[in-house]
Every structure is written in C-alpha cells, then in structure tokens.
Design a protein around this ligand. Sequence first.
Ligand code: CAA
Length: 291
Amino acid sequence: MDIKTVGIVGAGQMGNGIAHVFALAGYDVLLNDISEDALRKSLDLIDRNIDRQVSRGKVSEEDKNAALARISTTTKLSDLGVSDLVIEAATERETVKQAIFEDLLPHIQPHTILTSNTSSISITRLASRTDRPEKFMGFHFMNPVPVMQLVELIRGIATDDKTYKTLLGVVEKLGKTTASAEDFPGFIVNRILMPMINEAVYTLYEGVGSVKSIDEAMKLGANHPMGPLELADFIGLDTCLAIMNVLHDGLADTKYRPCPLLTKYVEAGWLGRKTDRGFYDYRGETPVPTR
Ligand code: CAA
C-alpha cells in the first residue's frame, strides 16, 4: 500500500521526533496535539534538530526547508481523517490511547492503518477496541528518534500481512532498521532495558553506589553511551515506572517489581529532564546528582 500522508497524535518528545523523520523522508505530516503551545514548541524543536543535521552536513538547507513545509499542525483530531497512516504517540496510559482511537475512528478512511508508538501496552488489546484490528500495529520508535536506528514492529494477534509489509516498507523509506517483536509486555527493547534501569535504581536505593558511580560504572564498564540513571531521566521516570508496572502486571513475576525509590521520584514530580529534576538536577549549568 502506498502511504503518502501520515497523521501523528501527540507532539511530545516522541511525536516531534517521529514528525521530523517522516517529513525528511518525504511524507506529508499532520501533527496533532490538544495544546497549541505544544505544537508551536514542537515545530521549533524540529527546526533546531534538523539544523543540527544541516550543520553536520547530513541534511541540505533545501531538504530542511522542504521537510518543514511538509508538516502541518492541528488541534483537531478529526483533521487526521485524511491520513493513510496514523501513529499515536500520546501519553503512555492505556485509557488515554483508547480514547484517542475511539475519537479518531469516525473520521478515518477504510484503508487507513492505525499504529501506536506504545512502549509496552498490549497491541492486541488496543486493536480489539477499534473497527480494524487487522490494520493495527505497534510502531515503536526510540528516543531520540532522528538519531536512533531501530524501529520495533509489533503485530497484534489479528494484524494482517499486508499491514506488516506496508510498515516494513515505510521503515525502509525512513532509512531505519526494524526488529519484529511478538506482542508480549515490553516487546523486546523495554523487556530488557527497563529491568536494567530498575536494577540501577535498586542499586542506588540499597546504597551500593551513588548516582555518579552507577552511571560511570555502566558507561565506562559496559560501554553504554549513557549511564542507566541518566538514561532514565532522558526517557522520563513516569514512563519508566509505567513500563515496569506493565511488565510486573503482565508477566506476574516479582522480578519486575518497580523499585520503591523510582515510585518516590515520580510521586515527587521529579520525572527527569522534562521537569528539570530526576536522578540529576538540570536547573544549573551542569547536571548535579540528586542523591
Ligand atoms: N535530533 C537530531 N540529531 C540529534 C538529536 C536530535 N534530537 N539528538 C542528538 N543528535 C545528534 C547530534 O547532532 C550528534 O550528531 P553527529 O553524530 O552527527 O555529531 C549525535 O546525535 C550525537 O549527539 P551529541 O554529540 O549531542 O551527544 P552524544 O554523543 O552524547 O549522543 C545520544 C547523544 C545519541 C542521545 C547518546 O547519548 C545515546 O545514544 N544515548 C542512549 C539513547 C538510548 O538508549 N535511547 C533509547 C531509549 S529507550 C526508548 O526510547 C524506548 C522506550 O520505549 C523507552
């Protein structure tokens, strides 16, 4: 199937990265959010992030301008009705995602493929509440989207082959690489990554190491580009906790229990970079560990 217009729901850090890469790959992008302000900030961020690529000679000024011209924004979900493909990238809460798909359904065309960028919620369950479970898939991008090479593709139990093959083609056009995962909690990346991050928080909670020593240990000792606590702040501690809860509930194994210290940070509203405080305090010139 030929995909030309892509609707993206949610202009947060994932939605804006997804809009960025689709526009650069030549797709017409409709970016939707309930907040005008979020849409304005998102366009501004896309502009600055493409500029980084221009300054490193990875994208030409001409391609940048063409990409920006391909992005339209709207606060009306119904405007996404013209899309061939919709990517939901809203908050990682099942009730929110479900409500978005319900509101969207009366406006979309029969051929429209629906996808969710969920990092862990059941694709089969989200799909079953729509009128097209065979045209529904998990389409999981990694943060920062313009830099990370991987896209996880998750088929629900009813997803048909045509939908899967269409998305394989889309990812190829984006110049990225796919990993196909079955629809079980956390899929592949988060099934492995989140327990590691959670274990790092336990290591801090139990006093085995400080924030600095835990991050240094994994950066220099395991060659990770970011330490696990720095990465947790980057992803968002609320998202990390939500994913651990999905693993814990869905796999019913105590080895996935979220660390109480992670819960405490989320209760404090210290959600990482997006709130300027998490395992590090980002309000000054350089990040300072909070423990
Ligand atoms: N847009 C465009 N380009 C960007 C960018 C953005 N948002 N962010 C960084 N870049 C580019 C930079 O311009 C730079 O480009 P060059 O290589 O051409 O110089 C490159 O990326 C590296 O950036 P920096 O030099 O600024 O910083 P860095 O070397 O420290 O790398 C990083 C930054 C790429 C984020 C690196 O630290 C990293 O890979 N961290 C781990 C990220 C990760 O694990 N992500 C997955 C999270 S899990 C997830 O997303 C799934 C989930 O469901 C939770």
